[in-house]
Design a protein around this ligand. Structure first.
Ligand SMILES: [Zn+2]
Length: 554
């Protein structure tokens, strides 16, 4: 027998004060969803059939009979037809504003053949004045069926009258056409720059259009990368629509600049923001924000200032994370540190003193060790209750690091879709290390509130891919990576919802279908607890609701 759960006094007061602010004294639901299979991610009431919503919040959660009884004449009632309903997903580390403006202005090259990429470039060129740049992003040479890299000839054939620049998904390599080479006056006679390389045909020495690392710099200087305030707002609108279609209702922007914060605010005021945003701010703006009296938590349920973002080491997909043991096949390569410990400590201390949450990019075990040492030192020198230090990515761990993360109450935000999507890059870490990468099982077993995070664009953001990746630890080709880190579907659901809310100090406001919380939910086409875990990714997202409003309906 399902018992109805009414809001607690605190939750009820929260709901009332929210509607009072709106000048609205509603004490009856405006919407009831019933005949649903609700997976609430609420330990007090894990399952329910119906939910009532008032003023953008859950008003009551329980059985069909109990909840429908609350409906009044003006209440809309929607039969969910037995479909599964889960809380809206929270992507705890992603780059939505950055991605949105690129989706708006650039060509998405996440396609499965060079022919498809050529088609997309040809279409964009047709709408672009001759001579203007056509720019692509998210190209991945390991994902196209031709089994070779893009060349200048491919790009010339697609857009001979436009300079073309196609960025790799990882960001460190790019591909250009002949007109782009002419614009930079780079020819077969040009020597490779320091720290970079122009790809050449081994037989003729002729440039093939491939650029590595610093060889991309002359092109990046010419590419238009300044966007108007209006374009930034439109980019946010676009990416929020793209993400809510997949069930994401909240994002943590992992590295926002002031123009990103402004773009979110502009989109919100224009009624174009479909998800909620918690903004981790780039550390170079910290002094000015502290001077303005700003710290973590400022904002509201739609847009909030989050942690300050620091960066310690390199990346996983580009194989530059700082490790204590070298990369497989490269015995002297331990990856790179991008900041010194003293510099990181100085920035972290300033933020900690001013009451900021801190989120530091730390992928490799060597980098995580450094950041834990800094966080431990801060707590010794200036103890703060519940600082919720974040370890962004926190990819390669071991039992000793996990013990320290647990003792600090720190929050890891590992890549949720990498095992499934980036399987071909996993070999360089080796099977043994993979047992301790994206270590969701180990974090949960230690009582650590690990989150789900895409890091989009580098990783896909679809929550159903995240679930499949975490539950099966199997890549899209069927290879298993680190099977001991598998979790159950129910655990992955909690990681992707309630734990994400905790990482932004909002677990009392969202992350579960609980009376009094914000009405963010997703209607799924199938029950994730009942399907073959290898098919989780195929579950259709039927509808997404943010704040009591359907922001996506299939
Ligand atoms: Zn990131």
């Amino acid at each position: 027998m399902m018992k109805i759960r009414y809001p607690s006094r605190r939750e009820f007061l929260g709901a009332i004060s929210a509607s009072t602010l709106l000048g609205d004294q509603r004490t009856e639901p405006d919407l009831v969803l019933y005949n649903a299979n609700i997976l609430a991610v609420d330990a007090a009431q894990p399952r329910a059939q119906a939910v009532a919503i008032a003023g953008g919040r859950f008003f009551a959660v329980g059985s069909n009979d109990d909840v429908r009884r609350l409906a009044k004449a003006g209440t809309r009632q929607v039969d969910i037809g037995g479909k599964t309903v889960v809380p809206g997903f929270i992507d705890a580390h992603t780059h939505p504003s950055y991605a949105g403006i690129r989706h708006l202005r650039w060509v998405d090259c996440d396609l499965r053949s060079i022919a498809d990429i050529q088609k997309a470039i040809r279409e964009r060129a047709a709408k672009t004045p001759a001579g203007d740049w056509v720019i692509g992003f998210k190209y991945d040479d390991t994902k196209t069926k031709e089994g070779r890299k893009l060349t200048r000839d491919d790009l010339d054939a697609a857009a001979p009258a436009h300079p073309v620049f196609i960025e790799h998904r990882g960001g460190h390599t790019a591909y250009v056409n002949s007109l782009a080479l002419r614009r930079t006056e780079i020819s077969d006679a040009t020597a490779d720059p320091e720290g970079g390389k122009f790809d050449r045909d081994p037989a003729t020495g002729h440039l093939t259009g491939g650029l590595r690392e610093n060889a991309t710099a002359p092109f990046r200087k010419l590419i238009p990368t300044t966007f108007t305030r209006d374009e930034m707002r439109q980019g946010v609108k676009l990416i929020s629509q793209m993400m809510v279609r997949t069930g994401v209702t909240s994002v943590h922007d992992a590295e926002a600049a002031p123009e990103d914060l402004l773009a979110y605010q502009d989109a919100r005021e224009a009624g174009e923001l479909s998800f909620r945003v918690y903004c981790l701010m780039q550390h170079q703006f910290l002094d000015r924000m502290i001077a303005a009296g700003i710290r973590t938590g400022l904002g509201d349920d739609w847009l909030r200032v989050g942690a300050v973002k620091l960066v310690c080491d390199g990346s996983i997909s580009e194989r530059t994370a700082r490790l204590t043991q070298p990369y497989v096949g490269r015995p002297t390569d331990y990856g790179i540190l991008v900041s010194s410990e003293e510099e990181l400590y100085a920035n972290a201390r300033k933020a900690h003193e001013a009451g900021w949450q801190i989120g530091t990019h730390a992928n490799g075990d060597a980098a995580i060790d450094i950041m834990l040492r800094i966080y431990e030192r801060l707590q010794r020198e200036m103890p703060r209750r519940d600082p919720r230090y974040r370890l962004e990515h926190c990819t390669v761990v071991n039992p000793a690091l996990i013990g320290r993360i647990r003792a600090l109450g720190a929050i890891p935000t590992p890549f949720s879709t990498y095992v499934y999507y980036h399987g071909e890059k996993m070999r360089e870490y080796g099977a043994e290390r993979l047992d301790w990468m994206f270590a969701v099982r180990s974090f949960l077993d230690a009582g650590i509130r690990v989150t789900q995070a895409s890091d989009y664009p580098p990783g896909p953001f679809e929550p159903m891919m995240a679930l499949q990746s975490e539950v099966t630890r199997t890549d899209s080709h069927g290879n298993v990576w680190g099977a001991r880190q598998r979790v159950t579907v129910e655990e992955a659901l909690r990681v992707g919802t309630l734990n994400g809310a905790y990482a932004s100090f909002e677990e009392d406001r969202k992350g579960s279908i609980t009376a009094g919380k914000l009405a963010d939910l997703v209607v799924l086409g199938r029950d994730p607890l009942k399907v073959d875990p290898m098919t989780l990714i195929e579950i259709p997202i039927e509808r997404t609701m943010t704040g009591g409003r359907w922001v996506y309906e299939s």
